[in-house]
Design a protein around this ligand. Structure first.
Ligand code: FES
Length: 375
């Protein structure tokens, strides 16, 4: 429906609209947040400056409309952002009451304004820097920080990283997820797929949230991602799930924005438990990392359990700790991943990509990046 800009739009009966302090109304295709505070109507754009959240579906906090997606605030009469962010404003519309009806001027009284926000460092375009294969280990074992204990999966992961560095000249990094202080995914995706942003909205809003280290490692640094988990009642560790729920924003970029954050990445897994269900855990891990765009080597996980009735966990620990074959298996897994990453990287970026400062690699990378940026 086309709006005649000179015509005020009747959005409903005043007594009915006054029953709700905040609601979304439509002026043709334009969404408006209609406010009724202390008996006074006012109207601002219903589209949030941040990621387009529906302001009229938020709530009123004093004089401010709070966006339901990530809680930015806008003054209910002026549309200005909260103190300190006044420049971040949404258009305000005039409202009048005539014959018991609420009329809104479709022509905004003020313009939308955006306070310049420096882009989050993670928002940069992923671009592989030339240099050796980089292997990121993610240990998802939980334990008391001040009283560390032996972990079978972390032991095998550490060994795989050592061998990747020692045997193949890789750069390696181990992130123990338990050392990171980060919030659970708060389900912005459940409000709207567009409310799930990259970088994650929590990361953008909370500088103390340390999930940024996982994002930096996975998206911008690693060629190989080795994930280690214990088996906990037939599933991966709770820290694994806490971490991958926060990685939904990476997968969401694929499905909603058509943006591939992970390219040429290899993932593989180390799964250990006193009891069973290796296949179930592996299926979970493979499914998720496939969906964020990773490739897998042949035989993409190593695992060990001693079966359902093996309750003597102390013996399980001793067995893994002293098992040369399990450690060799972890090293072999790293070797398969590194070989696969080398093939993928050199075939798309050239041999020089694996040499730090290699000109050929840089030129090819720039060329590939231009194609990625243009797509
Ligand atoms: S705060 Fe409104 S869309 Fe993010």
């Amino acid at each position: 429906m086309q709006i005649d800009p000179s015509a005020w739009i009747d959005v409903g009966a005043a007594d009915e609209l006054a029953a709700r302090p905040l609601q979304q109304v439509s002026l043709g295709r334009k969404k408006i947040a209609l406010i009724c505070k202390d008996g006074q109507f006012s109207a601002i754009s219903g589209v949030c400056n941040h990621a387009g959240g529906p302001l009229g579906e938020g709530k009123l906090d004093g004089d401010y409309v709070v966006c339901p997606w990530h809680y930015w605030k806008f003054h209910c009469r002026t549309g200005e952002g909260e103190p300190g962010y006044e420049e971040d404003r949404v258009p305000a519309h005039d409202v009048r009451i005539e014959n018991g009806r609420v009329l809104v001027d479709p022509e905004a009284r003020t313009k939308r304004g955006r306070k310049p926000h420096a882009p989050h460092p993670l928002a940069r375009t992923p671009q592989r820097e030339p240099g050796p294969i980089r292997v990121l280990g993610l240990s998802t074992t939980a334990m008391t920080a001040a009283q560390p204990r032996y972990s079978t999966s972390e032991d095998l992961l550490s060994h795989a990283l050592q061998r990747a560095a020692g045997d193949h000249g890789c750069e390696t990094q181990l992130l123990r997820i338990r050392d990171l202080n980060f919030r659970e995914c708060e389900g912005f995706y459940s409000k709207s797929s567009r409310a799930c942003t990259w970088p994650c909205s929590i990361t953008q809003m909370d500088s103390s949230d340390q999930m940024d280290r996982v994002y930096e490692g996975v998206v911008h640094w690693a060629d190989v991602i080795l994930v280690a988990t214990p088996i906990r009642w037939g599933g991966a560790s709770s820290l694994y799930y806490k971490m991958v729920e926060r990685m939904n924003c990476i997968q969401n970029q694929e499905t909603v924005a058509g943006r591939h954050l992970l390219r040429n990445k290899v993932a593989a897994f180390i799964i250990t438990g006193g009891q069973d269900n290796v296949q179930g855990v592996a299926g979970q891990l493979l499914g998720f990392f496939a969906e964020v765009g990773c490739q897998f080597p042949q035989f993409p996980y190593v695992a060990h359990t001693r079966g359902w009735s093996a309750e003597d966990m102390e013996n399980n620990e001793k067995f893994v700790q002293h098992s040369a074959s399990l450690h060799d298996g972890a090293a072999a897994l790293a070797r398969r991943c590194v070989a696969m990453a080398q093939v993928m990287i050199t075939s798309s970026l050239g041999e020089g990509a694996l040499v730090r400062g290699g000109r050929k690699g840089q030129q090819l990378e720039s060329a590939v990046q231009r194609v990625v940026d243009a797509s």
